[in-house]
Design a protein. Structure first.
Length: 306
């Protein structure tokens, strides 16, 4: 069942179409990532879904309600983690959550929320003393304090160090276990790959691709690249025949593109063993999610340029 349903959504500012007739759905309990470069229309789309901006046209249902007309009933069922929070610096973590909890009829307990976002050791600290990463955890806590069914997370790990980002991923992944639906925006492709069940990519107000992280842009079906260090000039000419085209050079590395990486590795490994040689720095890769994203969001007039 869909928690979010968007059909023909448009938002126009004068002659500019910020969102140009997009369609997508998000299932209950799903983590859905909406991606795109700055100016693609994703922030406008999210603000419309949150009920903070009116649409020009189109049909939207979030939890069976129209965000423009849902009122308090709607606001109590969603949680919002904006890109930049506006927190009272003089309040403690617990006090901040308690103030926000008072806005809801059935909030999540403050102590439980503090624990959920990893701030139990910091609950008595004033907001002004928190690092950027801890403030973002508090922002997430504020999004969860109303025990919402749908949560909008806008760049949730901006400012986090690698350790804090991993902890945040565990927290967001845990929302799925709680049965929550999450709409996520992020510029970190590793984050999206780790968290999202599905992705929609926007460019110039339109959705140009929608898929799982694994198959976005056909990356799951793209050729694998087998690479290893070239031992000496001309070594590539001595390679045995196999399921690949002419090897490519990248510095001291040889790159072989193949649709059958398992067979290619078997042939290359057998050839190297017979010669008593090593395939140094051997790797097998397919296009990354970032590769697919950049290809999808590249402007048409930049095709073929570097």
């Amino acid at each position: 069942m869909s928690a979010i349903s968007v059909h023909g959504l448009r938002k126009q500012y004068g002659s500019v179409r910020a969102v140009d007739g997009i369609d997508f759905t998000v299932d209950e309990g799903e983590i859905f990532a909406l991606l795109g470069p700055n100016g693609a229309g994703k922030t406008t789309t999210v603000e419309i879904l949150e009920g903070h901006r009116a649409r020009t046209s189109g049909e939207i249902q979030v939890l069976g309600l129209d965000p423009e007309r849902g009122g308090r009933r709607y606001r109590e069922r969603i949680g919002i983690m904006p890109q930049e929070g506006g927190l009272d610096a003089d309040l403690t973590v617990a006090e901040t959550l308690r103030v926000y909890a008072g806005l809801y009829r059935k909030p999540r307990p403050v102590d439980e929320t503090v624990e959920l976002v990893g701030l139990a050791e910091h609950s008595r600290r004033r907001v002004q003393t928190l690092s950027g990463g801890l403030r973002r955890r508090l922002d997430l806590g504020l999004a969860l304090i109303g025990d919402p069914d749908v949560i909008f997370l806008d760049e949730p790990t901006t400012g986090f160090d690698p350790t804090a980002r991993r902890a945040a991923w565990d927290m967001v992944g845990g929302l799925r276990d709680l049965g929550k639906t999450v709409l996520l925006t992020s510029h970190y492709m590793d984050e999206v790959e780790h968290l999202a069940d599905r992705i929609a990519v926007m460019r110039d107000g339109s959705i140009v691709a929608e898929s799982t992280p694994r198959s976005l842009g056909g990356r799951n079906a793209a050729q694998a690249v087998v690479s290893f260090r070239c031992r000496y000039p001309g070594w590539d000419a001595e390679l045995p025949p196999g399921p690949w085209g002419p090897p490519e050079r990248e510095g001291e590395l040889l790159l072989i593109r193949t649709d059958d990486p398992t067979r290619a590795l078997s042939i290359l490994a057998g050839w190297a063993v017979d010669r008593g040689e090593e395939l140094a720095e051997l790797t097998v890769t397919r296009p990354s999610l970032e590769d697919a994203y950049l290809q999808l969001t590249r402007l048409p007039d930049s095709a073929g340029t570097s």
